[in-house]
Structure formats: structure tokens, C-alpha cells
Ligand binder design. Structure first.
Ligand code: ADP
Ligand code: MG
Length: 359
């Protein structure tokens, strides 16, 4: 057998398809970049369910001219310098892979302006390998607009799937963006769709309020807010970490269904988890809370919107390319403590569903 090493350009194409899996990951990576750039206003426009283009426009810091050449190169990031920095991350991005991967699977145009450039801006075009292809002056207020078009042009199976299931894929993207709209207080986020005839529909809009409650109202409406109780407590856990005894302290904040106001029999779609403000998948946590909830109200499922705040050294976010899977130190112990606390909260509530239906 003769082993050959895969060429750098081919490796780039192979790994990029894992970072940008679908239009959900494409749009959420761009939103994360806007948030990391300190944006308070972000508008995301999907044309033809994202098949034609996805545009993300923000009022963040903008990009310095000295970074234009390396911006879309693999592993170029402004967010960390060494592996050790991963343990203290506060930004949503850190691997420097999103823009370079987007270049590999789509056409990428960026228009940006910083405070010092104002009122000048630059429109930048990048090629498939992330090299800067053209740079023109433009005009724009401080911030960045990234336009992704013709996504998956070199991945025919994925492209065909996207065209076939455009509506479903788009809905999936809106649901993922909802998870950011809910948790990011002080952010005015607009997600809109423009169809092939140019008709615009607003899918999601938050007002920029500092209150989590107001984000929930904007995203779910007054009906969706009904039965949600604010949650705010602390869990203190004794643990062992790096062979030493240590105390882990977690704050748990957000909203949880009152035990007589769940969201239907099996709906688990309104269950949102965050760790230090990062939307993540915590299926074991969802299952645990739902199990406790069902001992009080077996007819319904709870709506969950909970952020766990804890020291970043107890978290590993570098698990999957989409950064949605997370390892938590002492996960099983945290789940047990959380279940106990939530059961206490539910037992203090009035169950207004007729008792006959509950047993
Ligand atoms: P990462 O977010 O992991 O650093 P990306 O490929 O997503 O990697 O982005 C590369 C770099 O480009 C970022 O570190 C940041 O410095 C810059 N950047 C990307 N998008 C924006 C934006 N909207 N505003 C300002 N800077 C941006
Ligand atoms: Mg990023």
C-alpha cells in the first residue's frame, strides 16, 4: 500500500464542509462574528431560503485594513493566541475557521468600515482559498456586512438537498437564530426572508431591550410567555478538579414553564440551553428537567430557557466543529442538583390543571 498525503487545498475543502454543514451553521457563524465584534444591531437577510444568498450586516467594530489579507485564511483569528486560551474563552468564535470555510463552499463578499476609516469603507472579494481577490472603496457606517452567495456550489449533494428542502432548512436556521435572539439582551436582531419576487417577510425581530423577558416576548409572543416563571438561583457543588477538591458554583437564570403551563404533549422544540451565554445542546439536561416536570404534569412538556453561568475552566467547548456540543465538568452531579432544585420550585406551585387529568 502506498500512502499519500492529501494536498493542503483538498484538506481545506474537506474540513470546510464539516464546519459549514448547512445554512443554519453558515448564518449562525456569521451572527457569532457580529456579536464577538460588539454589534448591538444585526440584520440577517436570506434570499430564496438562503439558496441565493445570506447577508449579515452589523454595527460592530468593523475590520482593520491590516487584517484584510489574512481574514479568510484558515486558523486566522483575533480571539486567541495559544491552546491555553481556550480554557478562558469569552467569545463565541475561537478557531478562525468560519470565514475560510465559507470561502471554500460559497462566494464571499465583505464590506467593512472601522471608526478610524469613517466615512470610508472597503468592499472585499475573496476566492475559494480565502485569498483577497479585489478591494474597492465603498461607503458604509461603522460595522461589517458579509454576503454569502451560491452556497455549496462545489458540494452537489448538499446543494441539491438544500434546493429540495429549502423551506425546511430555512426554518431550521430561523430556530437556531432564535436561540441567540432570546439570550442576547441589548441586541436588535432582525431576521428576514426575501422571496424570488422580492417580497420581504420579517421572521424574527428583537427590540434591543436589556430585559430577557422582552426578548422572550418578541420571539414567542404574549401567548408563548404565558406560564413562564423567571428562574434565578445558585448551585454550589463540591467537586474534584485536577486531583484537588474544589467548589463549583453555577448561577442558573432564565425562564421555565410553570408546572401547569407546558407546551403540549411531546413538544421539546422550545427548550433552549446556554452556557455562559453560548447556545448549546444539553440533551441530558433537557431530559432531566422534562422528567421532573412530568412527575407534576405528565400531560405536557416544559418550555426551558436557561443559562448556566460558571467559571470557563470547567467547560470544554472545543468538541465539535459547530461548537454546539459542550463537555461540562461534573455534568452528572450538576444535573442531580438541578433536578432537586427544580422539583422544589415545582412543588411550590399551584397546579391548575384538573387533578383528574393529571393522574
Ligand atoms: P473566529 O470567529 O473563530 O475568530 P472567523 O473565521 O469566524 O474566526 O473570523 C475570523 C476573524 O475575522 C475574527 O477573529 C475577527 O477578527 C474577524 N471578523 C469576522 N467577522 C467579523 C465581523 N462581523 N466584524 C468584525 N470582525 C470580524
Ligand atoms: Mg467566528
Amino acid at each position: 500500500m502506498t500512502l499519500t498525503q492529501i494536498g493542503t487545498a483538498d484538506v481545506h475543502n474537506i474540513t470546510s464542509g464539516q464546519v459549514i454543514i448547512d445554512i443554519s451553521t453558515a448564518s449562525k457563524e456569521l451572527l457569532e462574528n457580529s456579536l464577538d465584534a460588539g454589534a448591538t444591531q444585526v440584520t440577517i437577510t436570506f434570499k430564496n431560503h438562503g439558496i441565493d444568498s445570506i447577508e449579515v450586516s452589523d454595527n460592530g467594530t468593523g475590520i482593520d485594513e491590516e487584517d484584510f489579507d489574512s481574514l479568510c485564511m484558515k486558523h486566522y483569528t483575533s480571539k486567541l493566541r495559544t491552546f491555553e486560551d481556550v480554557a478562558n474563552l469569552r467569545t463565541l468564535g475561537f478557531r478562525g475557521e468560519a470565514l475560510s470555510s465559507l470561502c471554500a463552499v460559497a462566494t464571499v463578499d465583505i464590506t467593512t468600515s472601522t471608526k478610524t476609516m469613517q466615512p470610508r469603507a472597503y468592499k472585499l472579494e475573496y476566492d475559494q482559498r480565502g485569498n483577497l481577490k479585489s478591494k474597492k472603496t465603498a461607503s458604509r457606517s461603522c460595522g461589517t456586512t458579509v454576503l454569502i452567495s451560491d452556497i455549496f456550489r462545489n458540494l452537489p449533494v448538499r446543494k441539491t438537498d438544500l434546493i429540495k428542502n429549502g423551506r425546511r432548512e430555512f426554518q431550521k436556521a430561523v430556530t437556531l437564530l432564535q436561540s441567540y435572539a432570546l439570550i442576547k439582551v441589548g441586541l436588535r436582531l432582525v431576521v428576514q426572508h426575501v422571496d424570488s419576487r422580492g417580497r420581504k417577510t420579517i421572521m424574527l425581530a428583537t427590540s434591543g431591550s436589556k430585559q430577557l423577558r422582552s426578548n422572550v416576548l418578541s420571539v414567542f409572543g404574549a401567548n408563548g410567555m404565558a406560564g413562564l416563571e423567571p428562574i434565578d438561583f445558585q448551585l454550589n457543588i463540591s467537586a474534584r478538579f485536577r486531583l484537588k477538591a474544589c467548589d463549583m458554583s453555577l448561577s442558573v437564570r432564565g425562564f421555565l414553564s410553570n408546572c401547569s403551563f407546558g407546551k403540549g404533549r411531546s413538544a421539546t422544540d422550545r427548550q433552549f440551553w446556554y452556557v455562559n451565554g453560548r447556545p448549546v445542546k444539553l440533551q441530558q439536561f433537557s431530559k432531566a428537567i422534562t422528567d421532573v416536570y412530568k412527575t407534576f404534569n405528565h400531560l405536557q412538556c416544559p418550555v426551558i430557557l436557561l443559562n448556566l453561568e460558571l467559571d470557563p475552566q470547567f467547560i470544554d467547548v472545543n468538541v465539535t466543529p459547530d461548537k454546539r456540543t459542550i463537555f461540562l465538568h461534573n455534568e452528572a452531579v450538576i444535573i442531580e442538583a438541578l433536578k432537586e432544585r427544580v422539583a422544589e420550585i415545582f412543588s411550590g406551585q399551584d397546579i391548575s390543571i384538573p387533578k383528574s387529568q393529571l393522574t
